[in-house]
Design a protein around this ligand. Structure first.
Ligand SMILES: [Zn+2]
Length: 474
């Protein structure tokens, strides 16, 4: 397994800024089916008003300030009349309904089809709560009202980043490389001495035997520069859960350091995109070290180590074949776990203790919310969009909608017919955790929380590979 992991290093992409050519002139160019690849990059601020509830935990907490602003970072490619857009948002995640609204605005205001847009979230825990579906309208608290107003504007703000990147399209060069960083991410599930599989078992826990799964140390970097050599964008994909900062101030977490440091190197006009790799069971906690790993200092350390590998990788970038753009997507139906009427009745009793002094243990609450959530679907399967974007014949980007186990991302990368395949989680929606089949048998937090049944992760692998083969025309 260690050998296999070695082959998957961190991928980074950088993009150069537009030169002196005006946006209007560039738009004119794009009307003649471009013979060369064009790219544009832009970002828009999406920081919510102070006082909105923050994401990431099982209780409501209103924000009190801003440590660093949150952004939607966009990259648009155009070639021969085809276009595609990649947007990464400093948000915990968003459901398919919100993604659909973003895509509709983009499709109405640009010539980019909504289905050619990949919208993903970095999974920062220090952004706003993004409720799912009907829960959105329920909160009557002051924080809830602030959030509701913000959520009405959010799809438009995200779409604006793509509109501006599209306006800035200019001939560009694309290069990439994949680095390797294995010191800042950890599998958070462990085989324990009592025969169970533990989840975040705590630092220096003497019952830990070894991690129950791998990490993905690949640092994928795609660098985009203008024809004149001006940096336009750097796209980085790495698998490591974002919950380092904590507190009540908005922050993009460790990618903030990545954005800042790459800005110092390449200029603040360059846009950095951070795409979260498959990290459903990966986080930043090193259980072999007693050091507390929380706060902005720790986030800066992780961000700086990641940036170091990105910059190392940038010294050995190879050209990307930009001769064509390809897109494929398929919405698959993920099976639901079985829940009996007895389980639902019991789950309702357990859920009623939530936020009371008699609250049931955490894992029982997690299971109760899952059982109720599954029951409320009345047998309707979860819909999950699998999307693949291909740049030429060598580079493919896969988007999956959930917190996806690292094994699933690795399986796609290993069997992909493309030389380099990047897999991004929390893309185009979120169905919650998607463990691999092995983890369901082992139990604990993620498989207990998952709204989809065993086999769902393998279905995402199978679908991704089918779309990749279609785009590769094999
Ligand atoms: Zn999380």
């Amino acid at each position: 397994m260690a050998k296999r992991i070695r082959t998957w290093c961190t991928l980074v992409i950088c993009i150069g800024m537009a030169g002196a050519v005006s946006a209007e002139a560039r738009k004119g160019d794009s009307r003649h089916k471009q013979s060369t690849l064009e790219a544009g990059a832009a970002q828009t601020k999406i920081t919510p008003p102070i006082g909105a509830p923050m994401s990431g935990y099982y209780y409501e907490r209103a924000s009190t300030g801003i440590h660093d602003d949150l952004y939607a970072h966009a990259l648009v490619f155009a070639k021969g009349g085809d276009k595609m857009a990649i947007v990464t948002c400093d948000l915990i995640g968003m459901d398919a309904d919100m993604v659909a609204r973003v895509r509709t605005i983009i499709a109405q205001s640009t010539d980019i089809p909504g289905t050619h847009v990949m919208v993903s979230c970095t999974h920062t825990h220090t952004g706003p709560t993004i409720p799912r579906g009907t829960k959105r309208d329920k909160s009557k608290s002051q924080a809830g009202k602030i959030l509701a107003q913000y959520l009405d504007t959010l799809p438009g703000l995200i779409a604006q980043s793509v509109q501006r990147a599209n306006d800035d399209l200019a001939p560009a060069r694309l290069s990439m490389a994949v680095g390797h960083e294995d010191s800042i991410s950890f599998n958070r599930r462990f085989h324990m001495t009592d025969g169970t599989v533990g989840w975040n078992p705590g630092k220096l826990n003497p019952k830990i035997i070894r991690p129950a799964g791998p990490i993905d140390p690949a640092v994928a970097v795609v660098y985009v520069e203008s024809d004149e050599g001006t940096p336009l964008a750097t796209y980085v994909n790495f698998a490591n859960h974002l919950d380092t900062v904590g507190g009540l101030e908005y922050s993009a977490d460790y990618p903030y350091t990545l954005y800042s440091l790459l800005g110092k190197v390449h200029g603040d006009d360059m846009v950095t995109l951070f795409a979260q790799g498959c990290s459903g069971n990966i986080n930043h906690l090193d259980v072999t070290r007693p050091t507390r790993q929380k706060g902005h200092g720790e986030a800066a350390r992780i961000g700086a180590v990641l940036t170091g590998e990105v910059l190392r990788v940038c010294t050995r970038l190879g050209p990307v074949d930009g001769s064509s753009l390809g897109t494929r997507r398929k919405v698959v139906q993920l099976p639901l776990p079985d829940v009996s009427p007895e389980e639902v009745a019991h789950a309702r009793k357990i859920a009623a203790t939530y936020n009371t002094p008699e609250a049931a243990p955490f894992m029982e609450l997690v299971n109760a919310f899952k059982v109720i959530g599954v029951h409320e679907r009345q047998g309707k399967p979860l819909e999950a969009e699998v999307q693949v974007l291909a740049l030429g014949d060598d580079l493919a980007l896969v988007g999956l909608p959930g917190e996806i186990f690292v094994e699933i991302g690795l399986a796609i990368k290993q069997a992909s017919p493309f030389e380099t395949t990047i897999v991004t989680e929390l893309a185009n929606g979120s169905v919650g955790y998607v463990p691999d089949r092995k983890a369901y048998a082992e139990g604990n937090y993620e498989p207990v929380s998952a709204r989809c049944a065993p086999g769902s992760g393998e279905l995402l692998v199978e679908t991704s590979l089918r779309l990749l083969r279609e785009l590769k025309k094999i």
